[in-house]
Design a protein around this ligand. Structure first.
Ligand code: MRU
Length: 363
């Protein structure tokens, strides 16, 4: 398997206020910001194989449901480019292997499977044509998945911004920002759109143990953007809510079941319960690509369990004793009844339930 190379050039931080390009097609390769080393370093890694992209998703170079979907789409396109000169049978086998490798990278974010299904649809449509045409068509589709994601985030942002009052202090969990998408973000896209609409918003980011997406990524994005942000540890939100210091919660999601149950980063459920206790609205920014009508409710959502090392310490520092048992579920499920509204590109879905979710798809 090809290892990702350090991308050449463009290594500095983006200019303040400039859109963060989480992934981009450059010089015939896919480049992705290495989110494992942010904010200490801002670097792109370059990928030219589907196996490399699958590994990049698994190891969280790229993470966040929509960004994972975009990366997977490019992974399929890269496989077609790599194998386009092979014999037809070898080409078809390589494409199937690429789909399988990418599908096995992470289990919870349904955008991964959504993107693979979309790419398979194109592959099925054009596979009778020349392999060069197939490769070009798949790359064009990956570009469209990326461009569409930004358009969708902007639409969600516009709808979500209407929910936030001028001066609102809004808690978010994990990172559902530009870094978790092709750009703008889902939950952080709502904040960006609110600020663009002239509202003064301040963000409370919890650190999001164990991978620290809140402390490392959300805080970095907001500071970079000049949106006021306060960092708290995961166990502080109840206290702040009880003191009236949080007006709303907005989070992203990795998969919404057909009944409106929401899987998101571990700890989201805790925040949702606290929000209900304190009568604080709990909003979920959710593109339609994150809704899984094939999963009836949250109990059916596969929850990724990650390595014990993530809980024992951080990077090279281990603070827990080696002999301890560890659990590391990376996501949890918030029941639909705790969700005040889903924010989608088609508008707001207040108190989501099975029929309202189905209606989004005209069913
Ligand atoms: O493990 P991660 O960092 O991929 O988890 C990300 C989240 O839980 C996000 O909140 C979710 O993917 C929505 S991103 C717009």
């Amino acid at each position: 398997m090809a290892t990702p190379e350090q991308a050449q050039g463009d290594r500095g931080l983006p200019v303040r206020g400039q859109t963060v390009e989480t992934l981009r097609w450059k010089g015939e390769r896919l480049e992705m910001i290495d989110q494992r080393v942010l904010p200490a370093r801002f670097e792109f890694l370059a990928y030219d194989t589907a196996a490399g992209v699958a590994e990049g998703i698994r190891t969280m170079v790229v993470r966040g449901a929509p960004a994972i979907g975009c990366a997977a789409a490019y992974g399929v396109a890269l496989a077609a480019r790599q194998w386009q000169l092979a014999a037809p049978a070898a080409f078809a086998a390589a494409m199937e292997a690429a789909f399988a490798q990418l599908a096995a990278s992470r289990p919870t974010a349904v955008n991964l499977f959504w993107a693979l299904q979309r790419m398979r649809g194109v592959w099925d449509q054009v596979r009778a044509q020349s392999q060069g045409t197939v490769a070009a068509r798949l790359l064009a589709e990956a570009h469209e998945v990326l461009a569409e994601d930004i358009r969708i985030n902007r639409a969600m942002g516009a709808h979500g911004a209407t929910l936030l009052a001028d001066g609102a202090r809004v808690l978010t969990h994990c990172n559902a920002g530009a870094l978790a998408t092709a750009g703008h973000g889902t939950a952080l896209g709502v904040f960006r759109s609110a600020v663009e609409a002239g509202k003064r918003i301040s963000v409370i980011a919890d650190e999001t143990r164990p991978f620290l997406q809140g402390a490392r990524l959300t805080a970095w994005e907001m500071v970079h953007e000049g949106i006021p942000v306060t960092l708290i540890t995961d166990n502080m939100s109840g206290h702040l809510m009880s003191r009236g210091e949080i007006d709303a919660v907005v989070v992203g999601t990795d998969r919404v079941a057909a009944n409106g149950d929401v899987a998101n980063k571990i700890g989201t459920y805790m925040v949702a319960v606290l929000a209900r206790r304190h009568n604080i609205p709990f909003y979920v920014a959710c593109p339609l690509s994150t809704i899984d009508l094939d999963t009836a409710d949250g109990a059916g959502i596969p929850i990724e369990e990650r390595a014990r090392e993530e809980v024992l310490g951080f990077r090279d520092l281990q603070w827990a004793p080696a002999g301890v048992q560890v659990r590391n579920p990376a996501f949890d499920v918030t029941p639909a009844e705790l969700v005040t509204a889903l924010i989608t590109e088609k508008g707001l879905v207040h108190q989501p339930d099975r029929s309202k979710v189905a209606a989004l798809f005209g069913r």
